[in-house]
Design a protein around this ligand. Structure first.
Ligand SMILES: Nc1ncnc2c1ncn2[C@@H]1O[C@H](COP(=O)(O)OP(=O)(O)O)[C@@H](O)[C@H]1O
Ligand SMILES: [Mg+2]
Length: 373
């Protein structure tokens, strides 16, 4: 059994993402709340419960944590170079409380670099950054009190059991005696009850991922930073993750989540910010992205492929040869797609499905990055 005395833990002894014990107010209040919320017992108000949104936090002799616009995260013209590599070249980014903000961009776009800056683990060269109302470079402690960080690669104490690991994390954040109850609560959220007495190293990758995720919730952060949290998860766990993330945002947290799996973000985020080669190239609210109507490839599938092809040729549509998956047609807009379906049905073609080949988010991303190229 390990010692859980948080006061003796020094920051440099902790694995990445586990921080020194914060000085005050660790959000124990949420532990008093009764579990049982939908499919996720104990989830209700795990985040965002402290201090309430809009209530300024004060540190270091009176510096008050207020972010411009009242958002959870703000980055303004942020630059970061690694030698000759310009990882961030003027990033502008915001994430509001109560919302899930997606970060979309190809590998190397600068997402992890921005996360590291927000998580107080990397200093930016220039620009301004606020997380929970504080500048991570100057008030790292105040930021860490309010921020939970799920890195893209976890560091665990492999010989601790899952329960010990979470209890240790709670103690490191100053939960004291409440750390054990909090660990139990989070084990339930992560569905790790039957593995809770196993050493962490025997857990599967997905189980470790879930453990790392709930570890970030141990101090009820108001700002949650998730770097590719769906990587390595099975389909069921992905669905669960999406629901969990949505719940945390509706409980008031500002959740930032990166992914290059756009369909995941489409179902999880309220808003997405697009990254490309170190710059933010645009943003869309998901509702708007879904309504975006531009040129896209649509896949049409009918009971009889020959009838479908004949009708498409008759109406002058350019299309691919039929395959087992259907026929692809490039159309200018959603209105054109509606016209195509109506025309095929009118001609007696038994259309089974007609859907865009790329998601709306993907189409928006390709359009935005194309504009930059
Ligand atoms: N410590 C580092 N030293 C040198 N280059 C780095 C370092 N960290 C990141 N980079 C570079 O910065 C760019 C952005 O990387 P990263 O932020 O990891 O992108 P993403 O998370 O979007 O895939 C890449 O070109 C990467 O090689
Ligand atoms: Mg990354």
């Amino acid at each position: 059994m390990v010692s859980l005395k948080a006061t003796v833990v020094r920051p440099e002894t902790l694995p990445t993402g586990l921080y020194r014990a914060p000085p005050v107010d660790i959000g124990i209040g949420c532990l008093r709340l009764k579990p049982a919320h939908g499919d996720y017992p104990g989830l209700r108000r795990m985040c965002g419960g402290r201090p309430s949104e809009g209530v300024p936090v004060t540190v270091d002799g009176g510096v008050t944590g207020q972010t411009p616009g009242g958002d959870g995260v703000v980055a303004h013209e942020v630059w970061r170079r690694f030698g000759a590599v310009e990882a961030l070249r003027g990033v502008n980014f915001t994430a509001a409380y109560g919302e899930v903000t997606g970060m979309v961009g190809p590998n190397g776009a600068g997402k992890t670099t921005l996360f590291l800056v927000l998580a107080t683990l990397l200093a930016h060269d220039s620009g301004q950054v606020w997380v929970g109302g504080f500048d991570p470079a100057h008030h790292a402690g105040a930021v860490r009190d309010q921020m939970g960080w799920v890195p893209d690669a976890f560091g665990f104490y492999d010989n601790l059991t899952a329960r010990e690991y979470l209890t240790f994390a709670g103690a490191a954040y100053g939960l004291g005696r409440a750390a054990k109850d909090r660990a139990e609560e989070l084990i339930g959220v992560a569905r790790l009850k039957e593995f809770s007495d196993q050493p962490v190293h025997v857990l599967s990758r997905g189980q470790k991922q879930r453990l790392g995720f709930v570890r970030a919730l141990v101090h009820s952060p108001r700002v949650l930073l998730l770097d590719e949290p769906a990587a390595g998860l099975d389909p069921y766990s992905r669905v669960e993750l999406r629901a969990l993330v949505r719940q945390l945002a509706s409980d008031g947290a500002a959740v930032v989540v990166s992914s290059h799996v756009l369909s995941d973000l489409e179902q999880m985020a309220d808003r997405v910010v697009f990254f490309d080669r170190g710059v933010t190239v645009g943003e869309r609210r998901i509702d708007d992205a879904v309504r975006v109507s531009g040129p896209r490839v649509w896949r049409v599938w009918a009971l009889n492929a020959a009838d479908l092809v004949a009708a498409l040729d008759r109406h002058g549509y350019v299309h691919t040869p039929p395959t087992a998956l259907g026929v692809d047609v490039e159309l200018d807009s959603d209105v054109a797609a509606a016209g195509l379906i109506a025309g095929l049905v009118h001609d007696g073609v038994q259309v089974v499905s007609c859907a865009p080949l790329t998601s709306t988010l993907e189409a928006t991303y390709l359009q935005l990055t194309g504009e930059q190229a």
